[in-house]
Design a protein around this ligand. Sequence first.
Ligand code: NAD
Length: 357
Amino acid sequence: MCFNFESLPSRVVFRAGAIEELAAETARLGSRAFVISTPGQRRLAERCAALLGDKAIAVYDKALMHTPGDSVRAGLAEAQRLNADCCVAIGGGSTIGLAKAIAYERRFPIIAIPTTYSGSEVTPIWGHTENGIKHVTRHAHVQPRTVLYDPLLTLALPPAISGTSGVNAIAHCVEALYSETANPLVSLMAEEGIRALGRSLPKVVKAPSDIDARSDALYGAWLGGYVLGAVGMALHHKLAHVLGGAFNLPHAETHTVVLPHVVAYNSSAAPDAIRRIASALGVANAAQGLFDLNRAIGASVALKDFGMPEGGIDRAVELATANPYYNPAPIRADAIRQLLGDAWEGRPPRSFSGDAR
Ligand code: NAD
């Protein structure tokens, strides 16, 4: 055995009603809080501002999917103008991504209150998009200092978004298991994350107000986020970023469509990880099990359903193979084209042999 392990510093408060602790948690970090959300979650952001009283200096509801550069510049200018000394990000990965991009420039702490299963709240990573390319950056400073996990806030997350957001978290766990920098503790967390999400997501989609299932899914999301921040990812995350940046495809939905195909792609190159994924899902075949899970949660399984043009596959292959990066199976343009063709059309994942690549 041979590995490196570094623990990520963050304080986690996990309980139904955790949002009520916002004022006390914020007081540890700052006194001029910039509260960020998407437009759709402004009411939740206003609730945070009310909890903070005069320690909230603004509600800024302009977070957008894939964190476009212009939105970062506008948010930063506003935080600077108001002389914010910390920020509260309430929402999904888009909101937390904007908070990180601003916090990186301002060097102020983030208190994150996640309302999806993206996991961004426990990572030091953020993406932003310029000219159709999604850039991913890592810096310890943007790691949210405190995370309030409140399953009650996820009850309103629509079933369709809940399911795909949960598969996004599974994707973090899947790639952690075959990561170049995998280590035994993170692998345990990743396996447990897949187990928690695999059992809870169908229940969440069927009964969105089932608080036990919601708690279980949020627990899995925390594990997914943790492992994403702790070890390197591979082909699957590369493809999700390429497709999101180049075609503005919705993030979690894109992860959901692509994941079974990448698992099939890596099956023969990472047999131990694939066995652990199947075992956590309670299925014989990991790739098919993930495809079946997508069906069970009512998710679309075709990229074409999100408006990706078929002619865009070549551009995606070009972007996904332009620079070298780690993946258990070799990155080959012809095989990636076939994978994306299947994902575009919505075909079940095919088993690839290593030789075929
Ligand atoms: P999102 O943040 O864009 O949210 C999707 C939609 O759901 C938004 O309209 C939002 O307002 C709404 N919503 C969120 N929570 C809700 C709730 N509880 N009730 C009702 N509506 C709610 O989607 P996401 O999938 O969470 O995040 C995607 C973004 O996060 C992408 O840009 C992705 O790159 C990034 N991300 C980053 C990391 C990281 O570690 N840096 C990890 C995962 C995702």
